[in-house]
Unconditional design. Structure first.
Length: 220
């Protein structure tokens, strides 16, 4: 997955610094524009308001993931995990900026409320993708997996945001491997066999839609 570009990063950095130093409510759009070296009209062309500055990365990420998932993938469960890892990698590239944003969101009620909505948007995106990609999937399996991946992602990301040490992507990757194992959709084991007889054994917890997908892949 390619990196998303953020041409408005200078404005975001300037805004977050002002929010941290003098407070979210006390900071005006004019002050942000001046600190970032842009006009007030340019600011409003790029952002709808002060809240949008804080969440602009998420808006770009959600749109990027929507396009990525729309490409179609042989293993939908893996695609959701890859999307989660992509989001983590984006924020891990500049952990100090991510920590500053996190601290500001924690201190401002209106931003905390929007963050809750934003997390749900990721979860819903994954849920809807699984339902499209795995016809016949039990809705509880789709929403359950989407919710679990999102929760695990947020847990690992908070380790990065609340601390000062680097949290490698492998931490999230290993956690998501465990999510797949616990959910009964662990990655397919490679097979070099060319036999015409297929013997399949699946965990009881594996969703029926995933059983069907794997059998179809073997028989095709």
């Amino acid at each position: 997955m390619r990196d998303i570009s953020e041409p408005r990063s200078a404005v975001v950095a300037a805004a977050l610094e002002l929010f941290q130093n003098q407070g979210f409510e006390q900071t005006s759009v004019e002050q942000i524009a001046k600190a970032a070296g842009v006009s007030r009209s340019t600011f409003f062309r790029q952002f709808g308001g002060k809240e949008d500055v804080v969440f602009t990365d998420h808006e770009a990420l959600i749109e990027h993931l929507r396009l990525f998932l729309a490409e179609g993938h042989d293993d939908p469960w893996e695609a959701v995990c890859a999307a989660s890892e992509y989001v983590f990698s984006h924020f891990a590239r500049d952990p100090e900026l991510a920590r500053r944003r996190y601290q500001i969101v924690r201190e401002v009620p209106v931003l905390r409320e929007r963050e809750i909505i934003t997390v749900f948007r990721y979860e819903r995106l994954f849920d809807e993708y699984l339902r499209r990609s795995l016809p016949g999937i039990d809705p509880l399996d789709a929403v359950g997996f989407a919710a679990l991946v999102t929760a695990v992602h947020n847990h690992v990301l908070r380790q990065l945001l609340r601390g000062t040490k680097k949290v490698p992507l492998s931490t999230l990757h290993d956690a998501l491997v465990d999510v797949r194992r616990r959910f009964g959709v662990a990655a397919d084991a490679p097979s070099d066999s060319a036999d015409d007889v297929v013997v399949a054994v699946f965990p009881r917890t594996m969703p029926m839609a995933e059983v069907t997908r794997r059998l179809r892949a073997q028989l095709d």
